[in-house]
Write a protein that binds this ligand. Structure first.
Ligand code: GAR
Length: 208
């Protein structure tokens, strides 16, 4: 069984989707821990209710980014994960942390990367007049919101959409593509070559 550790900062709806599918679909994996950088992250209660170990590593309790990253890595390592999943984890992780987990560290970002890394993605996409937006699951590399792309969802922009409407429609697709990508990882179906991820069985890596 592959061991999955999920990092959250708030609501944790992607974490919930992954944990639920893992159990329902009988993946060869277990979510062994959910770790938050805030004690008030709502998703912690869901995880605890599922019998999943929870922990809080509060970034405000650490004097530097490096100290926070080191403590976070220590707590993660105590669960011996095969995969670390960033699910709405809103802290930038330094290069030492990323290198430690590289190749087994996934993130979801609410844009069609490489467009709109960083914050306020839906607002920026609307301002740019994009006709489609989406979400991206990718392997994490030291550069923020970059790294080999595992799967993307594409969501049309409709007349009258505001950033909240777009965020809600994109989030619904995140709950499809993130569990799918994690399942592929734990089943050993992902290949990465020259920064390009393919599915060993040729499955479509786009959700429309
Ligand atoms: C999701 O939309 C996720 O893509 C985004 O935060 C939200 C978390 O929701 N992540 C980022 O913006 C990371 N740069 P959730 O806590 O309900 O999963």
């Amino acid at each position: 069984m592959k061991r999955i550790v999920i990092l959250i900062s708030g609501r944790g709806s992607n974490m919930e989707a992954i944990q639920q599918r893992c159990v329902e679909q009988g993946w060869p994996a277990t979510v062994v821990a959910v770790i938050a950088n805030r004690a008030d992250a709502a998703g912690l209660a869901y995880a605890a209710g599922q019998g999943v170990a929870t922990a809080v590593v509060d970034h405000r309790a650490h004097a530097s980014r490096e100290a926070f990253d080191a403590e976070l890595a220590r707590v993660i390592d105590s669960h011996a994960p095969d995969l670390v999943v960033l699910a709405g984890f809103m802290r930038i992780l330094g290069p030492a942390f990323v290198q430690r987990f590289e190749g087994r560290l996934l993130n979801i970002h609410p844009s069609l990367l490489p467009a709109f890394p960083g914050l306020h993605t839906h607002r920026r996409a609307l301002a740019a007049g994009c006709k489609a937006v989406g979400a991206t699951v990718h392997f994490v590399t030291p550069e923020l919101d970059h790294g080999p792309i595992v799967m993307q969802s594409v969501v049309p922009v409709r007349p009258g959409d505001d950033e909240h409407a777009l965020a809600a429609r994109v989030l619904a697709t995140e709950h499809v593509i993130y569990p799918q990508a994690v399942r592929w990882f734990v089943e050993g179906r992902l290949r990465v070559e020259d920064g390009v991820v393919s599915h060993a069985g040729g499955a479509s890596q786009v959700y429309l």
